[in-house]
Every structure is written in C-alpha cells, then in structure tokens.
Design a protein. Structure first.
Lengths: 111, 114
C-alpha cells in the first residue's frame, strides 16, 4: 500500500530558506501535493507537481521531485514567521483518487 | 473566490448519539472527498463521491454513511458515536474536467464526542 513519510520537525530562522522533505513508496504516484495547516485551521493547498516534472517554482516555493528515489521536497525561500505551520505532503496515483498524506512536518520560524 | 463550505464548524455530541456533517463544494466541482484527522494525526481518507455516486472508500466505519446530492453537496452521517470519533472532519472538492485532481479543502468540522 501507499506510505508517505516526513520528518517531524524543522526549526528555521526568519529570512533563511526552509527545506521540507518527503518520501513515498508508491511508484504509481502521479500527483504530489504540498498542503499547509495552521493551528486549528483547514488544509491550504500550496502547490503540486506531476510525476513527469522534476521541478516547479511558484514565487517563494520550489518543489523538487526525484522520481527514481521517490523523494519530494519543498523549499521555502526567505521564510517568514507566518510560514510557521504544519506542512503535509500528499500523493495520489490517479486523477480523482484519494490523497494519502504524510505525517506532517511542523515548521517553526524563529525571529 | 468561493471555497468549500462545511457546516457546522464545531459540534459536540454525547456517546451513542448521531451527527450529520455537511459539505458544499466549490461551484462546478463535481467530486467530493471526506477525510478524518485525529489529534496530532495526518488526514485519513474516508470516502469520495463523483457525480452523486460513491467513487472510492477508505477506512470509514460501518457506523458512518455518506451521500452526494443532486446539487453536489454531500453529507456525512455518523451514528452510535464513540469517543474515538472525536476529530476534525474535512471535506474537499475537485473538478473532474481539469483532470489535475487538485483537491481543495474546507475549513473542517471539529467533532467532540463526550
């Protein structure tokens, strides 16, 4: 079955770059997503990447996909205190299918 | 832009009671998903609907049922509530036409079972 794993915690200084890593086991994963969840709030879609892409950049966010190693990363440039949240990666094998989430990485941005 | 609407936002129930959670997808989205997020956990898929038909089923207890109506809104019915059902319940919607499968989540309903 699908398994998605993330590191639990990341601490970063304001203005630095953050890199959140995610690994997945399902080789048929076609769609990979990053969601942000602030305390007590819903899941905000940040960005997504298709498995036929290696990289996607969207303003301060850069997603890198290493399909061979089944490794996904999210880089946040110039991290701000408002970026403090839990970040979930998620995968879906086909369009219209359920999402399988990683355990989430709690990012703490220190001033 | 319109987002996914869930109601109620908070719900408190006693053990063995029933609860109904509602989800209104983004306009022109025809697929609805339900997820359960326990305290400190990642969201777990429960069930999904496409064009009013169940399209996939996850770890949804038999005590729970759901349906999607002709206006595409969905309801999650939960009976014989247990303490372990206390969680944040998310609804997400996506448009089939674009085939990007991007799911947009609602703010969630926090269910507390006492």
């Amino acid at each position: 079955g699908e398994d998605v794993e993330q590191s639990l915690f990341l601490s970063v200084r304001e203005g630095d770059s953050s890199v959140i890593n995610c690994t997945y086991t399902d080789s048929s994963s076609t769609y990979l997503y990053w969601y942000k969840q602030e305390p007590g709030a819903g899941l905000q879609l940040l960005t997504y990447i298709f498995s036929n892409m290696d990289m996607k950049q969207d303003q301060r966010l850069t997603v890198l996909l290493n399909k061979k190693d089944k490794h996904l990363s999210l880089r946040i440039a110039d991290t701000q205190t408002g970026d403090s949240a839990i970040y979930f990666c998620a995968e879906s094998p086909t369009a219209g299918n359920k999402l399988t989430f990683g355990g989430g990485t709690r990012v703490l941005v220190k001033p | 832009a319109a987002g996914v609407i869930q109601s109620p936002r908070h719900l408190i129930k006693e053990k063995r009671e029933t609860a109904t959670l509602k989800c209104y997808p983004i306009p022109r989205h025809d697929t609805v998903y339900w997820y359960q997020q326990g305290p400190g956990q990642d969201p777990q898929f429960l069930i999904s609907f496409y064009e009013k038909m169940q399209s996939d089923k996850g770890s949804i207890p038999d005590r729970f049922s759901a349906q999607q109506f002709s206006d595409y809104h969905s309801e999650l019915n939960m009976s014989s509530l247990e303490l372990g059902d206390s969680a944040l319940y998310f609804c997400a919607s996506s448009p089939r036409q674009g085939r990007t499968d991007t799911q947009y989540f609602g703010p969630g309903t926090r269910l507390t079972v006492l």
